[in-house]
Design a protein around this ligand. Structure first.
Ligand code: C2O
Length: 534
């Protein structure tokens, strides 16, 4: 294992996209930002200098951050933001995970332009559990606004109305030639016929899941969220914001050019307006002279059966590198509703988990409050289940006590090493939606998922306790539920939230406070001296 040090500068960058010139916030002058390449076991030291006019933090999405919660990055949860002109050094080890993760700003909507790939290869002398690909290519699906995203977010939050839709999706920062003025901004990948490539697909879009396809080629999924899967052959990948999917593709077709394309999977009832456009990039076989690339046929935007088939067919690579068996004894059973509500006393939108609409503190980060035992920043009474049991996917809109939510900053307290199982249940007060729920600090096993109301009695009979997929982000099916289980082996305060940025500021979040264990090696160390102050 080695230690890599990286200096990053968050600052203004002028770019031209979709016929407009725009000033954005970016890292090291590029969009997406730099790709970090490490090996499992490495130590990463990243100096972040904030030369932008905004408060910034960087989150290392999916990194376990074992005993390094101070480096996790969500603003006001594990640190106060880095103010303009200031810096912070993130130090952490990468242990027990291999595959693709990513990093992004974790404050306001800045992650629309402040993001990049984090690639974790096996430590030297160790191998992939599949033949080594000829080349490995990051494919970052992004989302673009012809506007300052910090303003888009604050306008939405202050008005209580949904913020503006985006203007384009992108592949590696480029919208592709279906958008105006974007012919030159089409991502191109040159390939050699007969070789197998690994595409490390990351959904960095803010508010939409995506279907991803390559014309005339099939893909074999080998890992998701930096955990190996049983190889799964598919012609379409479905990926929610926050998730990553590594696929192997053998370019075994006629010499020619083929589009790779991504468009949203957005099934909501009632339909909610969204940007239903397609981003595409080109795959050019070496020696190609044909003028007309082949375009894949993408599923309809609301093709839930295709999405569900993909998500439920994935299984973990039991016994593979870093495989963790499913803990069979459960200490904490939770039933958590996820959905969009209204704020009590008004017509403003809110979103909540168990009807608690999460608000970030501003005086001190939650992790500092935990470490220094400061009260008044948050409370530890997050409910284990909803206050009332009801028909979640068909609620009585007239029952105002359920549709209205209140603001709070609550965490669920977990003993060190306890096992927690959570039923995540979508509600349908204002709309039935699909919520990608991301848990910081842990991967969890996905034991089961389905539609309608979760059946507490018979549900456990369908659990996969043998080889479930391991993830950090689960797309809870639209109008449905998912059951996840993880072991709380990492002391600190960890956010769990919807990775749709339209829902996070509305409160679709909660925290876990994991107590210290009995030994120094299970105790959160003190904060680094340069931890930013609020
Ligand atoms: Cu990728 Cu809390 O986020």
């Amino acid at each position: 294992p080695k230690s890599s040090t990286l200096a990053t500068f968050v600052k203004k960058l002028t770019v031209r996209k979709l016929c407009h010139e725009q000033v954005i916030t970016a890292v090291n002058g590029s969009l997406p930002g730099p790709t970090l390449r490490v090996r499992e076991g490495d130590k990463l030291v990243v100096h972040v200098l904030n030369e932008s006019p905004y408060n910034v933090t960087i989150h290392w999405h999916g990194v376990f951050q074992l005993l390094s919660a101070w480096a996790d990055g969500p603003a006001y949860v594990t640190q106060c933001p880095i103010r303009p002109g200031h810096g912070y050094t993130y130090k952490f080890n990468i242990t027990g995970q291999e595959g693709t993760l990513w990093w992004h700003a974790h404050v306001s909507w800045l992650r629309a332009t402040v993001y990049g790939a984090l690639i974790i290869r096996p430590r030297s002398g160790h191998r992939y559990p599949f033949p080594k690909p000829h080349k490995e290519i990051p494919i970052l699906i992004g989302e673009w606004w012809n506007a300052n995203v910090v303003n888009v977010e604050s306008q939405g939050r202050l008005s209580g109305l949904p913020p503006n839709n985006s203007d384009a999706y992108t592949i590696n920062g480029r919208p592709g030639d279906l958008y105006p003025c974007s012919k030159k901004q089409t991502y191109k990948l040159k390939v050699v016929q007969g070789k197998t490539y690994m595409l490390r697909i990351i959904n960095a879009a803010l508010n939409n899941q995506h279907f991803f396809k390559i014309a005339n080629h099939r893909m074999t999924v080998v890992s998701v969220d930096a955990a190996y899967t049983e190889p799964y052959l598919t012609d379409v990948v479905v990926i929610a914001p926050g998730q990553t999917t590594d696929v192997l593709v053998t370019f075994d077709q006629r010499i020619g050019s083929y589009y790779m394309a991504a468009k949203p999977y957005a099934s909501t009832v009632p339909a909610i307006p969204f940007d239903n456009t397609t981003t595409r990039g080109l795959i050019l076989y070496e020696g190609d002279t044909s003028p007309a690339p082949v375009m894949p046929a993408l599923p309809d935007f609301d093709d839930t059966p295709t999405a569900h088939r993909f998500y439920t067919n994935l299984t973990g690579l039991a016994g593979g590198p870093h495989w963790m068996p499913v803990p069979l004894h459960v200490d904490e059973h939770m039933f958590v509703t996820v959905g969009v509500n209204l704020l009590r006393g008004g017509q403003r939108f809110a979103a909540s988990m168990n009807n608690e609409s999460f608000v970030l503190p501003s005086r001190l980060s939650m992790l500092e409050a935990f470490f220094d035992n400061v009260s008044g920043i948050y409370t530890t009474d997050f409910p284990d289940k909803p206050a009332v049991k009801f028909d979640y996917t068909n609620p009585n809109i007239g029952n105002t006590s359920l549709i209205f939510t209140k603001k709070s900053t609550k965490v669920k307290k977990l003993k060190f090493n306890s096992t927690v199982e959570i039923v995540l249940q979508n509600t349908a007060f204002l709309a039935i939606e699909n919520h990608p729920i991301h848990v910081h600090g842990f991967n969890f096993h996905v034991l089961a998922q389905g539609f309608g109301n979760y059946d507490v009695v018979n549900g456990p009979k369908c659990f996969n306790l043998v080889n479930p997929q391991s993830r950090n982000t689960i797309a809870v099916p639209v109008g449905g539920w998912a059951v996840i289980r993880f072991q709380a082996n990492n002391p600190g305060v960890w956010l769990a939230h919807c990775h749709l940025d339209v829902h996070l500021p509305l409160g679709l979040a909660m925290g876990f406070q994991v107590e210290n264990g009995p030994t120094p090696s299970s105790t959160l160390p003190p904060p680094p001296p340069d931890l930013p102050k609020c």
